[in-house]
Write a protein that binds this ligand. Structure first.
Ligand SMILES: Nc1ncnc2c1ncn2[C@@H]1O[C@H](COP(=O)(O)OP(=O)(O)OP(=O)(O)O)[C@@H](O)[C@H]1O
Length: 269
């Protein structure tokens, strides 16, 4: 069981610098929200509103921003020293699996465990557990290119959970998959999350996905200067949720209507 951590974003502004003849681009304008420990929150917004920019800031990949971005009270980036053995553990799942092709699935996960300072004596048990959760036990010695896209993404999810992250950042992890595979993975993700209870921040432009998965949806407006404009509470949708549950469909329609009322056009699914 992880020690879930809070997330705080306060007045975060990010401007990408000008390049060549192009002017600078304000991707985020005073973005502000917080996520409680163990909460599953989706950020829903149109393409280009700054969702990935925000996750890059939270993961420490981008430290050039104004304002406060903090995980469990510790600010990230902006000169903050990152020491994997100290403080909350953060894992990131991207749109593509980003596995190292020259390492087997097991060796990919071992790499993450080593980077997070887990003792080698714990590795086998952790890896076997996480691969079982994503139904990949038979494939631990396979190389990524011997697996389908969906299987690779499941391996990436197993890798993320293997370190028992306090915070899991997910950037449209299922958007490159066919809908049936994506459905299975969403269901597996919820099963694993209910076991680990990490804090999850999941970005998507798919309103149904956001409704199916999360406790709360934060909506963003289009850029430049993407802003958080509204939020929808989903605590009344009991868990476990199913694809047959008409309440999920109705709520997702309501979410689309709310988002459209802010951004003025439909370019979310
Ligand atoms: N390195 C960069 N340099 C300049 N501009 C950038 C850079 N990265 C992103 N941007 C711009 O910032 C804006 C926000 O990009 P970001 O990738 O965060 O959006 P997004 O909401 O994740 O989009 P999508 O849903 O399409 O992935 C976009 O207009 C993009 O062109």
């Amino acid at each position: 069981m992880s020690h879930a951590a809070s997330i705080e974003i306060s007045n975060v502004t990010k401007t990408y610098p000008p390049r060549g003849d192009s002017a600078g681009w304000k991707a985020l304008d005073r973005a502000t929200f917080s996520v409680s420990p163990g909460e599953f929150v989706c950020i829903l917004g149109p393409s280009g509103c700054g969702k990935s920019t925000l996750l890059n800031i939270l993961s420490g990949l981008d430290d050039q921003y104004e304002g406060l971005a903090a995980i469990h009270g510790r600010s990230v980036g902006q000169g903050a020293v990152r020491r994997p053995s100290v403080g909350p553990r953060t894992a990131y799942v991207f749109q593509e699996p980003r596995l190292m092709p020259w390492r087997t699935v097991r060796a990919n996960i071992e790499f993450a465990l080593a980077a997070s300072n887990f003792k080698p004596s714990e590795w086998r048990g952790r890896i076997d557990n996480c691969l079982a959760l994503v139904e990949l036990s038979q494939f631990s010695e396979f190389y990524p290119l011997q697996l389908s896209g969906g299987m690779q993404q499941r391996a990436a999810i197993a890798r993320a959970f293997s370190i028992e992250p306090d915070v899991l950042l997910m950037d449209e992890p299922f958007s490159a998959l066919d809908e049936l595979t994506a459905r299975r993975l969403r269901q597996q993700l919820l099963t694993i999350w209910e076991k680990f209870r990490s804090t999850v921040l999941f970005v998507t432009h798919n309103a149904f996905e956001a409704t199916f998965l999360s406790d709360r949806i934060l909506m963003m407006t289009k850029g430049p200067g993407g802003k958080f404009c509204d939020e929808v509470e989903l605590s009344d949708l009991s868990r476990p949720r199913s694809y047959e549950d008409v309440r999920v469909f109705e709520k997702s329609r309501f979410v689309v209507e709310r988002l459209v009322s802010h951004i003025g056009q439909i370019d979310v699914e």
